[in-house]
Design a protein. Structure first.
Length: 167
C-alpha cells in the first residue's frame, strides 16, 4: 500500500467525523425554535441567585423575593431588554454575588477556560502517548525466548502424557 493511500485511509474517518459535526451544528442552530416568554424568564431566573435563599436560583425558589424577581425578569423581557441586560440590572441592584454564572471576561473568565485547557492538554498527552506506542511497535521474541517456551511446552506435554498413562 502506498504512503499516500495509507494516509488517506487514516484521514477519511476523521474527515467524515468533521462533516457530521459541522452538519449537526448547522442543523441545531437553524432548527431551534424561538423560546416562549416563560422559557426565557426561567432561563434568566436560573442564572440569578435567590436574594433570600442561600443555595437556590430564583427559578427554583418559592420565596417571595424570588417570585417578585421572576415577575421583574418577565416585565423587563417584555419591555425588550436582553437577558444580559436583565442580569446586569439585578447585579447593579444586589451586587455581583447575585449572579450564579461568573462573568466570561477578565480573571473570572479563567473559570470558563480552565476545563477547556485541561481537556486540550489531556487530549494532546494521550495522542502523543498513542503515537509513541504505535512507533515502538510489537517486540519480537529472541531465539532464547522461543527455546524457553518450547522447553516449557515440551515439559508440560510430557507431564500431561505421563499423568494420562497413570490413570
Amino acid at each position: 500500500m502506498s504512503a499516500a493511500k495509507k494516509f488517506s485511509s487514516r484521514l477519511l474517518p476523521w474527515a467524515l467525523l468533521a462533516v457530521v459535526i459541522v452538519v449537526a451544528f448547522v442543523v441545531g442552530a437553524h432548527s431551534a425554535a424561538k423560546p416562549s416568554l416563560a422559557e426565557r424568564t426561567r432561563s434568566v431566573a436560573d442564572t440569578i441567585r435567590c436574594p433570600q435563599c442561600t443555595d437556590k436560583s430564583m427559578a427554583a425558589s418559592d420565596a417571595p423575593t424570588s417570585v417578585a424577581g421572576r415577575a421583574e425578569i418577565q416585565r423587563q423581557l417584555v419591555a425588550g431588554r436582553t437577558p444580559d441586560e436583565v442580569r446586569a440590572w439585578f447585579a447593579a441592584r444586589y451586587g455581583q454575588d447575585i449572579l450564579l454564572t461568573p462573568p466570561r471576561r477578565g480573571v473570572e473568565g479563567l473559570i470558563w477556560m480552565i476545563p477547556v485547557i485541561a481537556f486540550v492538554v489531556a487530549a494532546a498527552v494521550l495522542s502523543a502517548a498513542f503515537l509513541r506506542w504505535r512507533r515502538i511497535g510489537a517486540e519480537t521474541a529472541t531465539d532464547a525466548d522461543v527455546a524457553v517456551v518450547a522447553a516449557a511446552l515440551d515439559e508440560l506435554h510430557t507431564r500431561d502424557v505421563s499423568e494420562g498413562d497413570g490413570s
